[in-house]
Design a protein around this ligand. Structure first.
Ligand SMILES: NC(=O)c1ccc[n+]([C@@H]2O[C@H](COP(=O)([O-])OP(=O)(O)OC[C@H]3O[C@@H](n4cnc5c(N)ncnc54)[C@H](OP(=O)(O)O)[C@@H]3O)[C@@H](O)[C@H]2O)c1
Length: 238
């Protein structure tokens, strides 16, 4: 196993949810951690509770900002791409406009930007971990766009695991996880997530830390590449 002590870990989408939990775990294991999100408020709130992690802001679609970030760090051992990065339209495929469908792919294009801009600074024993999602392989009605994006993320990781070796590239695909992604549900958030997960074997939404521990495994297991780890409470089972 690779020790994270004194390794440089960059988490894009690291100011909330799964990315923040990953940043905290990596720091606890001795890594130097840079955690990046889009909004100043979220970055400031995350920084308050987590001294020792370097929080900053940029948009994953801003190539210059990504270059500046990676250049300023200099040597990068591990990159985690966990930014949602896009609006998701949940609606039947034939009712979606081309623009709505394309918008969901902004998560994927953001991940592409991160990989291209980070790679010149990455060590040979480094790794890239992309957050995918369970709809890639179990798509409920109305989820066609997010499903296609999830498949694109998984496909890219397998292609890059071959192309970028010996650097490793993996995906962690969460099920329904209680994170900031559902803050738009307001104070009904936990109730709605609980109801929406009653049909899966573990009958509850997951927690960010339960996904983050799988992300940490992709950083520290030096023989893991081109793999997708599902953390979904059994949601993929028939
Ligand atoms: N939670 C789930 O149930 C679930 C299920 C399947 C897949 N996923 C995937 O898991 C990953 C992590 O999601 P999460 O649930 O942890 O969401 P979250 O709590 O909303 O965190 C998302 C993070 O991404 C940042 N971000 C979003 N758009 C960005 C952009 N354009 N540029 C830079 N940073 C940006 C956010 O910063 P700001 O808030 O400042 O924008 C935040 O730090 C995402 O790829 C998501 O699609 C989550």
């Amino acid at each position: 196993m690779v020790s994270l002590v004194d390794r440089n870990v960059v988490v894009i989408g690291g100011t909330s949810g799964i990315g923040l939990a990953t940043a905290v775990m990596a720091k606890a294991q001795g890594a130097k951690v840079w955690a990046v999100g889009r909004s100043e408020d979220r970055a400031a709130a995350a920084a308050e509770g987590n001294p020792g992690i370097s929080f900053s802001t940029l948009d994953i679609h801003n190539l210059d900002a990504l270059t500046t970030l990676f250049e300023s760090i200099g040597i990068i051992h591990h990159v985690v791409a966990a930014a949602t990065g896009a609006n998701r339209t949940m609606a039947p495929f034939i009712e979606q406009t081309d623009e709505q469908f394309r918008e969901a792919f902004n998560k994927f294009w953001g991940y592409c930007n991160v990989i291209r801009k980070a790679s010149p600074y990455m060590t040979d024993d480094g790794s890239i971990t992309l957050l995918g999602g369970f709809p890639a392989r179990k798509c409920n009605p109305g989820m066609s766009a997010v499903s296609c994006v999830g498949n694109a993320v998984e496909g890219l990781s397998r292609a890059l695991a071959v192309e970028m070796a010996p650097r490793r590239v993996n995906v962690v695909a969460p099920g329904t996880i209680s994170t900031g992604m559902f803050d738009n549900l307001g104070d009904k958030k936990e109730e709605i997530l609980a109801k929406g997960t009653q049909h899966i074997p573990l009958k509850r939404p997951g927690q960010s830390e339960e996904v983050a521990s799988a992300v940490i495994l992709t950083l520290t297991n030096a023989y893991m590449t081109g793999t997708t780890i599902d953390i979904e409470g059994g949601a993929l089972l028939p």
